[in-house]
Write a protein that binds this ligand. Structure first.
Ligand code: FES
Length: 126
């Protein structure tokens, strides 16, 4: 798998709670992910729901429930713990989002991610 560290946003662009979508690579199948901050913790996940592999957001950075305590898939309403990515409610309860390494350096949020969806074995064919 071709992966490297990508700058996805400025640390000050993320609320707490807050989330930000990103995309890596420029081929036909870019890799889509998102970063999320909650209670001071910073997390990153592939933007692929374990239920039907849809992106969690319909538009923009809309990943959180209105109260900001859980992640929500807009397609069929699955809910995920922010800190673990585990689905706690909905059609994929017991499954989990794919987590990605994330860190902050010089005020930038950096995520280690593939350069395309094609380079993630099995993800396109799920
Ligand atoms: S694709 Fe996410 S809940 Fe169905």
């Amino acid at each position: 798998m071709n992966e490297r560290e990508w700058p996805v946003c400025g640390e000050d662009e993320l609320g707490d709670p807050g989330a930000h979508a990103f995309e890596t690579g420029d081929g036909d199948w870019p890799f889509r992910g998102f970063v999320v901050r909650s209670q001071g913790g910073l997390y990153a996940y592939a933007n692929v729901c374990p239920h039907r592999q849809h992106p969690l957001n319909l538009v923009g950075d809309d990943f959180l429930t209105p109260d900001g305590t859980l992640l929500r898939c807009a397609s069929h309403g699955a809910m995920f713990e922010i800190a673990t990515g585990h689905c706690v409610l909905g059609p994929c309860t017991g499954q989990a989002l794919i987590s990605l390494p994330v860190r902050v350096a010089d005020g930038r949020v950096l995520v280690t991610a593939p350069d395309s969806l094609e380079s993630v074995p099995g993800l396109l064919s799920r």
